[in-house]
Design a protein around this ligand. Sequence first.
Ligand SMILES: Nc1ncnc2c1ncn2[C@@H]1O[C@H](COP(=O)(O)OP(=O)(O)OP(=O)(O)O)[C@@H](O)[C@H]1O
Ligand code: SF4
Ligand SMILES: [Mg+2]
Length: 385
Amino acid sequence: MAELSKKNEPAASVDATPNVTGVEVVETGSETAAIEALQAPVDRGEPILQVRNLVKHFPLTQGILFKKQVGAVKAVDGISFDLYQGETLGIVGESGCGKSTVAKLLMRLETATAGEIFYKGQDITKLSGRALKAVRRNIQMVFQDPYTSLNPRMTVGDIIGETFDIHPEVAPKGDRRRRVQELLDVVGLNPEYINRYPHQFSGGQRQRIGIARGLALNPEIIICDEPVSALDVSVQAQVINLMEKLQDEFNLSYVFIAHDLSIVRHISDRVGVMYLGKMAEIGTDEQIYDHPTHPYTQALLSAVPVPDPEARENRERIILTGDVPSPANPPSGCRFRTRCWKAQDKCAQEVPLLAVPERFKGADTPAAHESACHFAEEKDVVHAA
Ligand SMILES: Nc1ncnc2c1ncn2[C@@H]1O[C@H](COP(=O)(O)OP(=O)(O)OP(=O)(O)O)[C@@H](O)[C@H]1O
Ligand code: SF4
Ligand SMILES: [Mg+2]
C-alpha cells in the first residue's frame, strides 16, 4: 500500500456545511490559463480533488406525453471530501447508497445537481471545451465488470489505442502500437497479445486490460468502481497488488469504491462510509476500522466474517433491522435513524453534520475524526484485520 509519510498525512478537514471550505480556488482568466493550471504538479499529500456539497438528484417523472416531475431520487445528497495526491481513498456502503453516482460525477459522466468538484483549485462541474478535455485526460476510471466494459468486437490494441484518437498528443499515430504494447507490459500482459480479442483472456487478464486502458493517457487520478468485485478471490489479490505497484510507479491517486471492507482496508489510506446518499464517517483506515464512532460503520464492521473462532464467539454482532429507506423519500434528520439502535428525538429533527464530534475535538485519540452522528462514540467491534 502506498504509505503517506507522517508529515504528509492529510489533515482531517472534511466539512459538510454549505460553504466551500478549505479550498484554494484558482482564478483563471482564459481557457489557456485554465489548462496551464490543470497541468501544474501537486505535491504528495496535498489535496488534488476537493468535493464540496455534491448533490445528484435523478428526477422521477409521471405521464407519457407530458412528463411531469413528481419527485427525485436523492442518489447523492450533499457529500464533501478531499482526495490527496498519492493516496487511496476507499468508499464503502450498501448497494444503492450512491457510490457509483459519486464516481460518475467525479468523471463528469453525470452532471451534478449542485455542489462543486475542485481539481487543482478549479471547479470542474463548470468547465467545458478544451479545459474539460484536459481534466478528462487526467481523471480516468476502471470499471467493475471487465466482461461488459470491453468491446468484444475490438482487439486489445484497438480498445487501449482508441483513447489516443481523442488525445493524439499522448501517442501520435505512428507510435500507438509501441505505446499499447508498453502498457500491456506494464500491467503484466504479454505485449504480443495486442491482436487478441477480450474473450481470449481470463477475467483477471481482462481487468488488467481495463487498467491498461485507464493508464493510457498518463492520468493523475483513477476512479475505481468495484474493480475486483467480479473476480475470483485469488485473482482479486493479484489485481490489487498490481494497482498498488502502479500507484507507486506512476504516483497515482485512487478513489477506490467497493463493498468488501477487508479489501478496502488493505488498499486504502483513508476510508469514507456512505449511507443513503450521505457520508456517514470518514477517516484513516485505522480510525474507521479500529475506532469507528458512527453506529452505521459499527454495524457494517460487526458483520465482517471473523476467521478466529474465539474472537467470533466474543464479538457483538449488530443486526440492523428494517430495510434501507428509499432515496426518493429519505427519513428526516439523520438518514440512518430508522435503523439505528441509538436514535433519539434529536435524530429525527436535526441533520447531523459530518464533523469531528465535540467531545473528541482536540483530543489525542483516533476517535477524533469526522462522523455524522449526534451521539458519536466508540464501540468495540471485533472484525477481520
Ligand atoms: N440514471 C439514474 N436514474 C434514476 N435513478 C438512478 C440512476 N442512477 C442511479 N440511480 C439511483 O440512485 C441510487 C444510487 O445508485 P448508485 O448506482 O450510485 O448506487 P451504488 O452505491 O453504486 O450501488 P451498488 O453497490 O449496487 O453499485 C439508487 O437508488 C439508484 O437506483
Ligand atoms: S444521529 Fe442518531 S440516528 Fe443518526 S446515527 Fe447518530 S444516534 Fe443514530
Ligand atoms: Mg455501484
